[in-house]
Design a protein around this ligand. Structure first.
Ligand code: PRT
Ligand code: ZN
Length: 213
């Protein structure tokens, strides 16, 4: 049987549209946005799976998918042993620490003994450990920016793009701990046939990117 690449994309969110556009520009056609969870390409040996972004590294590690597109922030936070094979240049953002606008900040050591709310406990924990800061990390899954105003934490660590969410919640960005963009990830080991398909796909992706620069 000839090989078919299984590629996991975010079903609906900030990565979806650009991920789909990328394959379209590579000349790879498939149905997208129909509500279906799977779509087979009509002109490339690939099958697309539409999933929540947080689940993509795990599916790629387990071999349910061969490739996936996720934010580097998610790939690093989940810590799954997958390979980053290419940076895609879209969905750029940063993971930053923010505090109430009225609070004093004299540097990262200001966080010693403080509570920090985040959805990224691993990235934040490693960063603080590297800086020798001892703080309490509270993992929450959404609406992180509201934590200081309800007394849950003195600081937050969350994804920032324009900065307007921080601003509208009375917060100021004080330290960037990680910069992210969308990346193409792959299973640690691919057989020869699938690797040849990945190489073909990468060749097209690089040509699309080169044409834009
Ligand atoms: O449903 P699913 O789990 O698949 O999606 P999700 O809601 O977890 O993720 P989604 O679609 O919001 O983001 C997917 C990826 O896009 C993230 O993992 C990042 O790599 C990247 N990205 C780029 C962003 C942003 N920009 C962004 N602005 N992810 C989140 N935000 C949020 C942030 O959490 C904060 O609430 O937007 C707010 C800040 O935006 P500004 O512009 O006000 O600063
Ligand atoms: Zn998610």
């Amino acid at each position: 049987m000839s090989s078919v690449l299984r590629i996991a994309l975010q079903k609906s969110g900030r990565l979806s549209e650009d991920s789909y556009q990328l394959f379209k520009e590579c000349g790879i056609r498939f149905d997208y946005g129909t509500g279906k969870l799977k779509s087979v390409s009509s002109n490339f040996p690939a099958e697309f799976l539409f999933l929540r972004d947080d689940d993509i590294p795990g599916y790629v590690e387990d071999g349910v998918a061969d490739l996936g597109i996720v934010g580097e922030n998610v790939a690093v936070e989940t810590g799954r042993p997958v390979q980053t094979i290419h940076k895609l240049g879209f969905s750029k953002c940063r993971l930053s620490i923010a505090i109430s606008r009225g609070s004093d900040w004299t540097g990262i050591e200001s966080l010693n003994g403080k509570n920090i709310a985040t959805s990224y406990p691993n990235l934040l924990g490693n960063y603080l450990a590297g800086q020798g800061v001892k703080a309490e990390i509270h993992e929450i899954s959404g609406s992180v920016e509201i934590a200081p105003s309800i007394g849950l934490a003195e600081a937050v660590c969350d994804i920032v793009s324009s900065g307007s969410t921080l601003l509208s919640n009375g917060l100021k960005e004080v330290e960037t701990i990680f910069r992210s963009e969308a990346i193409l990830i792959a299973r640690a080991e691919l057989d020869e046939d699938k690797q040849a398909l990945v190489d073909k796909l990468l060749f097209r992706i690089k040509a699309v990117q080169a044409a834009k620069n």
